[in-house]
Design a protein around this ligand. Structure first.
Ligand code: HEC
Ligand code: HEC
Ligand code: HEC
Length: 119
């Protein structure tokens, strides 16, 4: 093998190694980021449970890729009050989704309310 060929080989190996390193680094960062998001959702669930009679649903709906504004009008912004979710919003969307995914029936009060409700 000529010196030039050796050089080309070296460069190839080096670039391959850096690609692998960059890939592994990006992958670990994305795992960290996902883990952080899930921890945050746990926090929202806890807060939601403490402050309302509704069961926590954040992780579940996050996995269904819902935006915060689907249930909190105007979305959720730092240092701003969070709009209470409206029962009608839950019902409208579940009505549309019920053919495709498992959603609670609108009359299944216990699926959403932790405390007994009277009406
Ligand atoms: C499927 C509906 C739904 C989605 C989507 C949703 N939330 Fe909620 N969230 C609720 C419900 C229900 C409560 C309980 C209080 C209420 O009635 O709004 C709540 C409560 C909260 C609370 C506690 C509020 C308080 O008054 O203490 C936080 C914080 C919160 N949500 C953040 C978020 C963020 C951030 C997102 C987007 C990543 C999000 N939520 C998406 C339904 C949802
Ligand atoms: C924009 C659409 C949308 C809105 C708004 C929405 N949901 Fe859902 N919901 C879903 C989808 C999709 C699922 C199924 C998730 C899955 O299993 O992947 C679901 C599932 C659920 C389930 C669990 C069903 C089960 O047995 O596993 C509960 C409980 C629930 N939603 C409560 C709520 C409440 C409470 C609200 C309003 C505060 C709400 N949802 C608003 C789309 C929505
Ligand atoms: C898909 C989830 C879901 C189901 C199923 C559901 N609710 Fe609700 N309900 C909500 C949400 C969200 C609110 C509004 C947020 C809040 O009041 O904390 C609400 C609000 C209410 C309120 C007003 C509470 C208040 O404090 O103002 C009553 C009463 C109520 N629901 C009764 C019922 C009854 C009775 C059933 C069964 C027939 C039922 N709900 C089924 C999600 C649901």
């Amino acid at each position: 093998m000529s010196a030039q060929e050796k050089n080309v080989k070296k460069i190839l190996i080096r670039s391959l190694a850096s690609i692998v390193i960059v890939f592994v680094a990006a992958w670990s960062f994305s795992l960290l980021y996902e883990g952080n998001k899930l921890r945050l959702l746990d926090k929202f669930d806890k807060q939601a449970e403490e402050n309302s009679s509704l069961k926590p649903f954040h992780k579940l709906h996050f996995q269904a890729k819902l935006d915060c504004s689907a249930c909190h009008e105007g979305g959720v912004k730092e240092n701003q009050p969070i709009a209470k979710s409206k029962e009608g919003d839950c019902f409208i969307c579940h009505e549309k989704m019920k053919e495709k995914v498992k959603v609670p029936d609108n009359t299944d009060c216990k699926a959403c309310h932790t405390k007994p409700v009277t009406w």
